[in-house]
Design a protein around this ligand. Structure first.
Ligand SMILES: [Zn+2]
Length: 276
């Protein structure tokens, strides 16, 4: 999978954190909320801490330490102090921080507060509300919301039409997911069929029934069906100035609830159309 530089993924936050590095004000514990390039940012900052050839305060990305860090990024919890670095500094990158055991979290935070320690912790989460309050209160929060504009651009470069790119960018959580979806022909077809279904709602019930059949044929997996509920919701939400769209949206919500309680995808959608 193609890798994109932080300059493209997160130009706003990169500027902010570069300034923090240049002013030598990097904190010891950060909570990165949202997964859009938060991991890449943690790697960048870790390189800044260990780099041997820094340009000012910024990592070179090329020296042995920078390369080692970039290579060792696959594991869930990474303690860079045990990776052959000659340094008394320690950096921990912890993904899914909301799943961290309280004991582990406490000992880490305690170690951080030892007077001699030089520890940096980057806690990454996609569910900020589930992170332990003891962690939250001691870490600086940085938000990593989805960069929809970037996603749309990349998707158009991949050959999607503007309105397809807009939908995929809203449905996908990150770049990898967006690019995978862009290559998924059945999914791209289902975007067109979803639009047709919504259009037909305004016109004729019979046509809408036919459209449901076409859509259902393109999504046999639960995860695919869930995504199509998202797609339909987004399409209707674009038309919210139409009063009837709001009514359709309410109906869709109900259909989704039915589907969640194990009514089939087809029956849920048909129920929606019947009530529309
Ligand atoms: Zn370096």
């Amino acid at each position: 999978m193609k890798k994109y530089p932080l300059e493209e993924l997160r130009p706003d936050l990169l500027d902010r954190l570069k300034r923090i590095l240049e002013n030598d004000r990097l904190g010891h514990a950060y909570l990165f909320s949202g997964d859009f390039a938060s991991f890449e940012m943690a790697i960048f900052l870790t390189q800044a801490i260990f780099c041997q050839e820094k340009a000012g305060a910024l990592p070179c990305g090329q020296c042995r330490n920078c390369r080692l860090i970039a290579q060792q990024v696959r594991e869930l919890v990474k303690d860079f102090s045990q990776s052959g670095f000659e340094s008394n500094k320690q950096v921990f990158i912890i993904r899914d921080a909301e799943k961290m055991h309280p004991n582990a979290a406490n000992s880490l935070l305690k170690a951080m507060e030892e007077p001699q320690s030089d520890i940096h912790i980057f806690l990454l989460t996609n569910q900020e509300e589930a992170v332990l309050p003891t962690i939250k209160s001691r870490a600086q929060l940085v938000l990593f919301p989805k960069n929809t504009h970037f996603l749309e651009q990349k998707l158009e470069e991949e050959g999607l039409l503007k309105n397809q790119a807009r939908l995929v960018a809203q449905v996908a959580g990150n770049v990898e997911q967006a690019l995978l979806l862009a290559q998924n022909k059945a999914f791209i077809d289902s975007l067109t069929q979803s639009r047709k279904l919504v259009d037909s709602l305004y016109q004729s019930q019979n046509q809408a029934y036919l459209q449901v059949g076409k859509l259902v044929a393109l999504a046999s997996e639960k995860s695919e069906q869930e995504r199509l509920f998202d797609v339909l919701t987004i399409i209707l939400a674009e038309q919210l100035e139409e009063k009837v769209a709001r009514h359709y949206l309410d109906g869709l919500l109900l259909a989704r609830k039915m589907w969640r309680s194990n009514v089939s995808f087809q029956n849920s959608l048909e129920h929606w159309i019947l009530a529309a």
